[in-house]
Design a protein around this ligand. Sequence first.
Ligand SMILES: Cc1cc2nc3c(=O)[nH]c(=O)nc-3n(C[C@H](O)[C@H](O)[C@H](O)COP(=O)(O)O)c2cc1C
Length: 224
Amino acid sequence: MTKIVWKAGTLLAPVPPALISCGSVEKPNVMTAAWTGIIASDPAMTYVSVRPSRYSHKLIQESGEFVINLTTLPLVKAADWCGVKSGKDVDKFKAMGLTAKPCAQVKAPQIEEAPVSLECKVKSVTNFGTHDMFLAEIVAVDVDDRYLDEKGKLWLEKAGLVAYVHGFYYTLGRKIGKFGFSVEKKPKKSKEKDFEPQKKTIKPKISSHKSKNTTKRHRNLMRP
Ligand SMILES: Cc1cc2nc3c(=O)[nH]c(=O)nc-3n(C[C@H](O)[C@H](O)[C@H](O)COP(=O)(O)O)c2cc1C
């Protein structure tokens, strides 16, 4: 394998095309940010890197609050649009048919249509050249109860989350493992029905003259 060395860049992928809502429920704004992530779990800490020229930058700096809303397939057009239009010029919530819903712990609005919204309070702002990094504590998490089962377990894979890779949006592929599966002693049969390997694979066309062994080999190759 030959790898070509490029100059320093930001080619981390996939990243979330997250919808960052800010302002107030009465006067909400939303921008898209790919440069956001988790820093620590306890306390739950996050960041979002925002160019000072963004209208959202001003709103987040003034209020010290923002909300990270996860983007799904039905929201991907809004995510792209909110990432190219400014709240300086247009009410993006109205234009995209989004609902600004009050949060539990911050005055910034969450997007009702998002399956998960992380309510954040800014702890510090650090400039890194082109962007300011808002370091923030996640003070509450709002989860759409449609994705919770009767035991309160979250089935986030049902939400249709979207990833952003090098300029393009993608839906997620099939589930291929769970945390720690590589070190499990015996591959246990999962109780989660979605975790079962797909049974309905396309059957290879095997003509009658082929041996049983060939058929078996084909079947193994088809296994996910
Ligand atoms: C997929 C995507 C990811 C983006 N990520 C960021 C980001 O991480 N930081 C940033 O400052 N701008 C980012 N942008 C650009 C802003 O969302 C865009 O400038 C937006 O119009 C700002 O809106 P505002 O002026 O209402 O704040 C991204 C845009 C897209 C489409």
